[in-house]
Design a protein around this ligand. Structure first.
Ligand SMILES: [Zn+2]
Length: 104
């Protein structure tokens, strides 16, 4: 499958957001996208991770549950390669891509 992302700046932090249409490799990926697998961190449109990740939960002895991510490069269902493509700045607006402010 294939998806694209772009970088932007949220305050002083550089983050990434998924952009454009998703090209799913199989129905399982389509069904599970955003639930057990997705771009970056679950529930966050902007993320410091620019990979496709499996979402995991790690219960601690204190009772807290810490969410985790595991980066993957191939679909766990059909085995197709996951291509993550960075989108370059499309307009000729002033300033570098890194200075673009997040839309979220
Ligand atoms: Zn697949």
């Amino acid at each position: 499958m294939r998806l694209s992302y772009r970088s932007c700046r949220s305050g002083r932090v550089k983050v990434y957001e998924q952009t454009g249409p998703l090209d799913f490799c199989c129905q399982e990926m389509r069904d599970e996208w955003g639930i057990v697998i997705g771009f970056g961190i679950k529930g966050h449109a902007l993320t410091s991770s620019r990979e496709v990740n499996i979402f995991t939960l790690h219960p601690q002895s204190t009772g807290a549950i810490i969410p985790g991510i595991t980066e993957i490069h191939y679909c766990p269902w059909c085995g197709e390669e996951i291509k993550v493509v960075r989108v370059k700045r499309e307009s000729s607006s002033v300033g570098s891509e890194e200075d673009r402010t997040c839309t979220h």
